[in-house]
Unconditional design. Structure first.
Length: 286
């Protein structure tokens, strides 16, 4: 609370402590507030502020307001990440000054987003791994669990891109031991769990472990259905279609997944995925 501003305002108005507190509280109460920071009852504080034409908001620091603005920027970047608008997500993240973030949860969120966007935009892998390593080195708290899982998944994605599958499997396997036990509580939890489950499923599809991949992708489908979210469904259905084809399944099953993928991609305006789906359809004998 900015008590100095309160005192400064009182003095500018030419009021003594006795004059300000008359009929509201004792002078001792006001003195303890101004000198020792002992805040009086809220009703008393409001009456004192009213006499000085101050609001409570004038006395409280704008930390929460700044924090909310920061959260909005991060949420915007994270939403663009899940909708595959990576360049726009990067631009949103670049509006944030990491050095100014003093909240541990927000710092971890920034590092996770930075690591993923650096990876997906094919930036320096050492920068992405450094971001993930900072998350993994953070003190263990309730909110760090999901960031640890995201950092492990992001590290797996990096090694999968480099076709170092043994290293990638090490990270994805660590994630799989914990992700099924993670309790989803918020919308952002859903986004993050879907991110993890989908990327694990994609990796095991790419290395030909289709049984594992199908189980993960179907789990992602269930999460989307249970939480009424469609952002990942196009990618999940498209990957399942490719898994079916690789396993020699019926063309009708493959096309059913492709149709779902195309419908969800159109619903979400995901032009990137739509182009990939259409290109894939042309390789099928339909």
């Amino acid at each position: 609370m900015n008590i100095a501003y309160f005192v400064e305002t009182r003095k500018k108005m030419g009021l003594s402590q006795k004059e300000l507190c008359d009929g509201v509280c004792t002078q001792a109460t006001l003195s303890r507030f101004e000198k020792n920071g002992q805040v009086p009852a809220i009703k008393i504080l409001i009456k004192l502020c009213n006499r000085l034409n101050l609001s409570l908001a004038d006395l409280f620091p704008k930390v929460e307001q700044a924090s909310s603005a920061l959260n909005r920027k991060m949420t915007d970047a994270e939403f663009k990440l899940i909708t595959m608008d990576y360049e726009e997500a990067q631009r949103s993240l670049q509006e944030i000054n990491f050095a100014s973030i003093d909240n541990d949860d927000q710092r971890l969120r920034y590092l996770y987003l930075q690591g993923y966007l650096t990876t997906l935009l094919e930036g320096e892998t050492t920068d992405a791994l450094f971001a993930f390593s900072q998350i993994l080195a953070a003190d263990a708290k309730d909110y760090t669990v999901i960031y640890n899982l995201l950092a492990l998944t992001g590290s797996g994605i990096i090694y999968a891109q480099k076709q170092e599958n043994e290293k990638a499997d090490f990270y994805f396997n660590k994630v799989l031991k914990e992700i099924y036990d993670y309790q989803i509580r918020t919308t952002t939890d859903v986004w993050r769990v879907l991110n993890i489950v989908y990327n694990c499923g994609k990796f095991y599809s790419d290395v030909g472990e289709y049984e594992t991949s199908d189980a993960l992708l179907n789990y992602a489908y269930e999460i989307c259905a249970d939480n009424h979210l469609t952002y990942y469904l196009a990618r999940v259905a498209f990957r399942l279609a490719r898994n079916q084809r690789a396993q020699g399944k019926q063309l009708s099953e493959i096309c059913e997944y492709l149709n779902d993928a195309r419908a969800f991609a159109r619903l979400n305006g995901n032009t990137h995925e739509l182009k990939a789906i259409e290109a894939y359809r042309q390789t099928l004998e339909v």
